[in-house]
Design a protein around this ligand. Structure first.
Ligand SMILES: NC(=O)c1ccc[n+]([C@@H]2O[C@H](COP(=O)([O-])OP(=O)(O)OC[C@H]3O[C@@H](n4cnc5c(N)ncnc54)[C@H](OP(=O)(O)O)[C@@H]3O)[C@@H](O)[C@H]2O)c1
Length: 330
């Protein structure tokens, strides 16, 4: 049987352009003992992919090699199995890649309960929810009554961070790139305030929304929000640095804030990436499943259709065109 896959064949100069990819048609191979054949149904698109496409070997994960199928996580159904741990019809999540079918030996695949939708998996129990839980709960160590600001708040990670913050009894303020996104945060997700970072008086907006200062800042974007929030940090505040999407498509990263405030306010600033915490994933998934079952984690999926929609579609992450977790339905 033939299927399509997309390989990375060139490194992007700055923006991701279609010529860095090549769509190929492949044959499904005969399975060896221990292997399974996966048909991917939902493929996640993530900002981190921009880094994986670059030649940087000094980061937390090696780059995708030129000529390899582009790396991504996704949800798949087992359509053939020569592995005792997997049966035909099982649904799994894991690193599958930009491909309609994939052969696996089952390593690092998580079996999914049949009643869980692929959207719930990719929006909550996979990278977005895990990242939010690790960063906010384990690193940020929130306390009820504190003020949390999260940038990129209407995105996959940010929306989970804010809702976990509300579930833990914090005052939650988000920043996002449109009035529609801000309204979703306050009206649907229960944020206490949301500020459009493209509005004229961002500093006043953030100050008005954080009358008691900021105890915890969850950084997803960098950009102007970072500098303003940094000046509003309370003594012993924590800054959790999850991502800096404003700087992913530029060769001139923006200068960071001066370190003086770190001493004056005795701040703790911690960067983290999820691959360091894979051993904790089963435990974190269980905890997220409880919040989900309690209706405390709402989500919205932004679905593109067909494998090749990823080629242009991935740029929605960098224009803010995605309304919710960006994924491809295959
Ligand atoms: N550390 C980790 O292990 C880890 C894991 C997952 C994700 N992340 C990071 O978390 C961040 C969010 O990722 P996500 O998957 O949840 O993506 P997402 O927020 O669902 O989508 C990206 C969003 O970023 C915003 N954005 C794009 N360019 C921007 C800019 N110049 N300034 C400010 N905002 C901008 C856009 O929203 P607006 O319309 O609001 O601008 C866009 O919708 C990224 O930085 C990502 O790299 C880190």
């Amino acid at each position: 049987m033939q299927y399509k896959a997309i390989k990375l064949v060139k490194r992007p100069a700055l923006k991701i352009t279609p010529d860095v990819f090549e769509t190929v048609t492949l044959e499904t191979p005969e399975l060896e003992e221990g292997q399974i054949l996966l048909k991917q149904t939902h493929m996640s698109l993530d900002p981190a992919m921009r880094g994986w496409m670059s030649a940087d070997r000094d980061s937390y994960i090696p780059p995708v090699e030129l000529g390899d199928v582009m790396r991504s996580s996704g949800v798949a159904t087992v359509v053939e199995s020569k592995n005792d741990h997997f049966a035909e019809g099982d649904r799994v999540a894991g690193l599958i890649g930009w491909t309609e079918y994939a052969v696996s030996d089952g390593t690092r695949l998580n079996k999914l309960p049949p009643d869980l939708s692929p959207e719930a998996v990719l929006c909550v129990l996979a990278l977005p929810g895990l990242t939010a839980y690790q960063g906010l709960m384990k690193i940020g160590k929130p306390k009820a009554g504190e003020t949390l600001v999260v940038s990129g708040a209407a995105g996959s990670v940010g929306s989970m961070v804010g809702q976990l913050g509300k579930a833990e009894g914090l005052r939650v303020v988000g920043t996002a790139g449109s009035d529609e996104k801000c309204q979703w945060l306050t009206d649907e997700l229960g944020f206490d305030a949301a500020i459009n970072y493209k509005s004229d008086d961002l500093a006043k907006g953030i100050a008005d929304a954080t009358p008691d200062g900021v105890d915890l800042y969850f950084e997803n974007t960098g950009g102007p929000v970072q500098h303003i929030v940094f000046q509003r940090m309370n003594a012993h505040g924590r800054i959790v640095v999850c991502g800096m999407i404003a700087d992913y498509n530029t060769d001139k990263p923006s200068p960071g804030p001066n370190w003086l405030n770190i001493v004056r306010k005795r701040l703790t600033i911690t960067g983290f990436t999820m691959p360091d915490h894979w051993d904790d994933v089963p435990d974190m998934m269980q905890k997220l499943a409880v919040y989900l079952a309690q209706g405390k984690l709402k989500y919205r999926a932004h679905k593109l259709q067909g494998l090749e929609s990823a080629i242009e579609g991935i740029n929605l992450l960098f224009t803010g065109g995605n309304l919710g977790k960006l994924m491809v339905e295959l």
